[in-house]
Design a binder for this molecule. Sequence first.
Ligand code: GLN
Length: 541
Amino acid sequence: MSNENRTKFIFITGGVVSALGKGIAAASIGSLLQARGLRVTMLKFDPYINVDPGTMSPYQHGEVYVTDDGAETDLDLGHYERFLDVSMTRSNNATTGQVYNEVIARERRGDYLGKTVQVIPHITNEIKSRIYAAAKSLPRCQVLIVEVGGTVGDIESLPFIEAIRQFCLEEGQENTFNIHLTLVPYIKAAGEFKTKPTQHSVMRLREIGVQPNALLCRCEEPVNKELRDKIGLFCSVQSSHVISAPDLDSIYKIPQRFEENGLGEIITEHLKLNSKKPDLKSWKNLAEKIENLPHEIDIAICGKYVGLKDSYKSIIEAFVHAGVENDAKVNLKWIDMEEVEKKGLTNQFDAVDGMLICPGFGSRGTEGKILSAEYARVNNLPFLGICLGLQCATIEFARNVCNLTDANSVEFDESSPHPVIDLMETQIDISQMGGTMRLGAYNCKLEKGTKAYKAYGKSQIRERHRHRYEVNNNYLERLKKQGLTIAGLNPETGLVEVIEIKDHPWFVGVQFHPELKSRALRAHPLFREFVAAALRNKLKR
Ligand code: GLN
């Protein structure tokens, strides 16, 4: 294959500790290459044995990110989509569970013709084939960035690193580039940065046969030249390829910072990528705007996992994007719905400019969400309800406006006399938990004249779902008669996708997850209009 048309591969591993922002670093590198006119996509390897994160507790895993094609994936895919504005697919995330599942299924079919099935070569071959499959997910892909979850030295990640070693050997040096992201801690008592953890982490990597081409040193403050030289010497990495990656106050400043440190050039030169002069104007504008937002609003975030912000990653980011487009800094005030459920409403919402009710599963905290939705409806507080948020708003409306006493979702009360949220027939016989919800992108047709239609500026939309329960269409007429607007329906199934309240400044509930399609450089229309309504509400007060 000519050099022009082939895909080049970048691998990103992590060292020392987790939670250094490897996913964001990987995505930022992707945007540096995109800024050079290159076609880039991403792959995340997750070394856990779960087939996907869909069945994991939010406390364990954080948000489950859903792709258009209905895969339940790691939240790093959210960073990839937000930074690159490329739609991920089920090929862009692979777990140990999936890899073993595939190899074991093949063994059972007899495909290995009596051979002993082993980690090398069978598991590593399957990992390598997933790398090629991810590159194929984007037509004419020029660069695939592969991020390996966890840290080097973990038992679980060994087969992935071994597969990378083989892959780099087979594809050749000028077609592969290894980046190791590590921590350079600052020890206060000694008043110095320490490079030893980085040395040890790179040692572990080299033991397995992978020599990094560049190091990204995460640190509180920039690491100076002398230290970078030292790290380079000990780790056998060219000192100009040792990049200081200090904490920044916004993740959206990272692409520009990496560019200033020369990372884009280092990669394109090594990989001999034919690229144009980088154009990072939009990232620069975004960073500047984030710095100087003239307005400020407070939004109440009504959720269950308020101690664990990773569960609401995409929602948090969607507010940053929507804030920028409204010239407003959006402060999120986390309100624990279990508390509200137990103790009732006091003054939680008195000073906020808008309310969002989060998605969720299980009954804990739902009565708190129902009370909160009532507050927003009665007090004309701009409101956005997502998935369970729409369901709670519907229950509230049924109980308090339509006088359907004890209306509920069958998820919380199987014998409710008014199951306004019900299980669809397609879900009734399902006993297996993993991957069986309504997942992925579905069509929705918006009613002209509604707030949602105004936000999108069109009637045909497609949004992503992850839920089992739906609005019960047997109650639609009663709900509508009392002033609930059915603003969006699935044209194929007739299922309710969007509700609104007629006599309210801005009250929108959606059965889908708009937060999954908000992008750094392109806010989601519903979040944008919700923030605009909250800002109007504030300026009016
Ligand atoms: N628990 C609800 C359902 O399954 C809502 C899910 C969600 O908010 N994502 O339908």
